[in-house]
Design a protein around this ligand. Structure first.
Ligand code: CUA
Length: 323
């Protein structure tokens, strides 16, 4: 079974396929240490197994020779591990200083705010706020400034590099330059409550043109359906008063700029919702608006048993229209 598990073709959260400078540095460091560590392991365990067999107790042997210390051996087995540790320390400290240095001035700034149980992403220089799916242009250094609205979380997109704790009342930085386009998965890696395991994130690394288009789309309020929108969408727009008590929906007349839950102004442009747990589609949204706690334990969003099926469909249609 253990061997067969190695045949799985897809590891979306592997650390062995780095896609940024930071992840490359970590992968390089790991190889530098892993290979000598493997050699040391084989030598030490080999000597141990050899000694166990060669010098095992046999009936014809009496009491073994009694010794009291061996200065040369003792100095030897103190110095040898010190040399090994020095081999590990030099590249490790080098990598720590490199990756913990301040981000370059030209970096794209993104504020990451951890919530129970979702991620908020703000682009202060672009005037964009989104949730759970963070878009970045490929080959552009991005500096994530991370803090938490409640408990300690940890933000980790393995393809982009190491994880970083997301702590209330404190800002931690992490910066990297994505070196390939694609969607890279990650998740909260610090236990933060009942839905810790349901606190996922996606990093969409796209071409600069696609990024600019995304930014323009995100900055254009679409909360008020156009006249030619389907009736169900228009109807849905009038039903979101319970949503607007916690969420921002720019452009909708009911919007009160509430920030308890994820910003929904462009929720229809995302591929997933509920922090990457559910595919964004009508069926899932329908159930979600009626009974979110049954789909994601421990979340702050209450159930709305009074929203009937037709209204839940209309709200789902409206949310999906918010591209
Ligand atoms: Cu957030 Cu674990």
């Amino acid at each position: 079974m253990l061997l067969v598990s190695g045949c799985i073709a897809q590891y979306p959260q592997t650390i062995f396929e780095p896609h940024s400078d930071y992840a490359d540095d970590l992968w390089g460091l790991l190889q530098k240490i892993l290979i000598p560590a493997a050699i040391v392991f084989v030598l030490v365990e080999g000597a141990l197994v050899y000694a166990l067999i060669k010098f095992r107790q046999r009936p014809e042997h009496g009491r073994p020779q009694q010794v009291h210390g061996h200065t040369v051996l003792e100095i030897g087995w103190t110095i040898a591990p010190a040399v090994v540790l020095a081999f590990i320390a030099v590249p490790t400290v080098e990598t720590i200083f490199k990756t913990q240095a301040p981000a370059p001035e030209s970096a794209l700034h993104v504020h990451v705010i951890g919530h129970q149980f979702w991620w908020e992403f703000q682009y202060p220089d672009l005037g964009v706020t989104t949730a759970n799916e963070v878009w970045v242009p490929v080959n552009q250094t991005v500096n994530l400034q991370e803090t938490s609205a409640d408990v300690i979380h940890s933000f980790w997109i393995p393809a982009m590099g190491g994880k970083r704790d997301v702590v209330p009342n404190h800002v931690n930085n992490i910066w990297f330059t994505p070196s390939g386009t694609g969607t890279f998965l990650g998740q909260c890696s610090e236990f933060c409550g009942a839905s810790h395991a349901n606190m996922r994130a996606r990093l969409m690394s796209v071409s600069p043109e696609d990024f600019q288009k995304w930014v323009q789309d995100q900055k254009t309020p679409v909360g008020q359906p156009p006249d030619n929108a389907p009736d169900t969408v228009k109807h849905g727009a009038t039903l979101v008063a319970p949503c607007a008590g916690c969420h921002t929906i720019e452009g909708n007349p009911l919007n009160g700029n509430q920030k308890v839950g994820p910003n929904l102004s462009h929720v229809g442009s995302r591929t997933t919702f509920a922090a990457g747990v559910f595919e964004l589609n009508k069926d899932n949204l329908h159930h979600w608006v009626q009974n979110a706690p049954s789909m994601k334990p421990g979340i702050k969003m209450p159930a709305f048993p009074n929203i009937n099926d037709a209204d839940a469909d209309a709200i789902a249609d409206y949310l999906l229209s918010l591209k």
